[in-house]
Design a protein around this ligand. Structure first.
Ligand code: FE
Length: 424
């Protein structure tokens, strides 16, 4: 009987340690022990030490070995940093660094520059609000019951204040004048010493998919509107959603919207989803995992026409099949907009051609990274390389110890939560 008391004493002495957080060095995803990663098989409360070695970062697919302990900087530290910066950025003359694009690539570049230089003037120009969020989570938000607004980790204004930079939100960059080192924008001309293009890519719509009839889910604002249009399946009833393109984004959205209660038809020109990873049987594994979900996959078809008919949509394929849908989502692949690059005369190879080590473009003083670039003619529109690219560019601009970028075989985390996969 009295054997109980030492045990109780031991339990008291071993009161659980507070939950810790760990950051993915590759992509910046923060693992919180309190929240776990339920989609990846880690229930809330899973300690980092207990995570199996083959667990994959839910954003980028690297393993536990690429994580390190992380504590968000204190408010006081951030305030000190901003004060220092605010004083020094008034120094005369220097135009500093101008970054175009406030997605992951743009913000990671700003972070990497600030880590090396607290005083350099930085201006960030973006066509959107500049809010900071993990874009890959757009593909899992509905099944997790997350409102799109909840994905914002930091508003653009907050991030700009924290990093001591000037943010020009809702501003279109229209032309680069290389002779005067000037960027023309819808809010006036901006001078630069260094220009970093991080404006990403956009959905490449064929003529058969008119933009006014199809959703393109490549940023938060568009995703918010789509979610509003779909409503809540539990309250408003399920919607028929037709998704064109069963690559990474199309497959992840199909998975998520089906888990959210909607009825999905997924079309692709290939015979199975994720056809790029056929060698790893990705499509077969996915279709097997989807057996009990409301996802109808139709492979080997080409969309010929989308029409608006009585408040719904009719999609006709080249071989004459017809599908009716409440909403049509286009996910046929991405292409880099070329207008800015052309205005500067940048070398182009299905994207902004950059040097594999320096990420420099063909024009002195202009770097590029992320979804808008190609290295040796290859785009790699994945999360993992972006932070490394940003560090390479920041080191080059700041004259710090060179941190050359190294092209690696990409690891891709497929966030189809009913069957998450890491592909190579
Ligand atoms: Fe990661």
């Amino acid at each position: 009987m009295n054997t109980l008391s030492p045990v109780a004493g031991a339990v008291q002495a071993l009161a659980p340690a507070p939950f810790e957080t760990y950051i993915c060095e590759a992509c910046g995803y923060v693992y919180d022990e309190a929240l776990g990663d339920p989609d990846g098989g880690l229930p809330p409360g899973t300690r980092f030490a207990d995570i199996p070695d083959d667990w994959a970062c839910p954003l980028c697919g690297v393993t536990k070995a690429d994580f390190s302990a992380y504590a968000a900087p204190s408010l006081e530290a951030l305030r000190n940093r901003v004060q220092t910066t605010a004083v020094v950025t008034t120094r005369g003359g220097a135009a500093g660094v101008l970054i175009v694009g406030a997605g992951r690539a743009g913000w990671q570049t700003a972070e990497a520059l600030r880590a090396l230089d607290a005083s350099m003037p930085i201006t960030l120009v973006t066509a959107c609000s500049g809010d900071v969020y993990d874009k890959p989570l757009l593909s899992v938000a509905m099944a997790r019951g997350l409102d799109p607004e909840a994905l914002v980790k930091e508003t653009g204004a907050q991030a700009a204040a924290r990093l001591g930079l000037r943010l020009l939100a809702h501003t279109q960059a229209t032309r680069i004048c290389t002779d005067t080192h000037t960027l023309r924008t819808t809010r006036g001309n901006l001078r630069y010493d260094h220009l970093v293009l991080a404006h990403g890519a956009r959905t490449a719509l064929p003529a058969s998919l008119p933009p006014e009839l199809c959703w393109r889910v490549n940023h938060l604002a568009a995703y918010q509107k789509l979610r509003t249009a779909l409503g809540d399946a539990a309250c408003d009833g399920p919607r028929d959603v037709l998704i064109v393109g069963a690559g990474l984004i199309g497959s992840e959205l199909a998975n998520d919207l089906a888990l959210g209660g909607h009825r999905i038809t997924l079309l692709d020109t290939q015979a199975e989803p994720l056809a790029r990873w056929q060698g790893e049987q990705a499509g077969a594994r996915l279709l097997d995992a989807w057996k009990d979900l409301s996802i109808r996959f139709v492979g080997g078809v080409q969309v010929a026409q989308v029409e608006s008919v009585g408040g719904r949509y009719r999609v006709t394929t080249a071989d004459g099949q017809r599908f009716a849908a409440d909403q049509v989502i286009a996910a046929p692949g991405l292409a880099t907009p070329s207008r800015l690059a052309e205005s500067a005369g940048l070398a182009w190879d299905q994207g902004i051609a950059v040097d594999a080590a320096t990420l420099g473009t063909s024009v002195e003083g202009i770097h590029a990274l992320g979804d808008c670039i190609t290295v040796n003619g290859q785009a790699s529109r994945y999360i993992e390389p972006i932070a490394r690219q940003a560090r390479a560019i920041a080191a080059a601009i700041c004259g710090a110890t060179p941190a050359p970028y190294a092209l690696r075989a990409a690891t891709v985390r497929v966030k189809t939560t009913s069957h998450p996969m890491t592909l190579h």
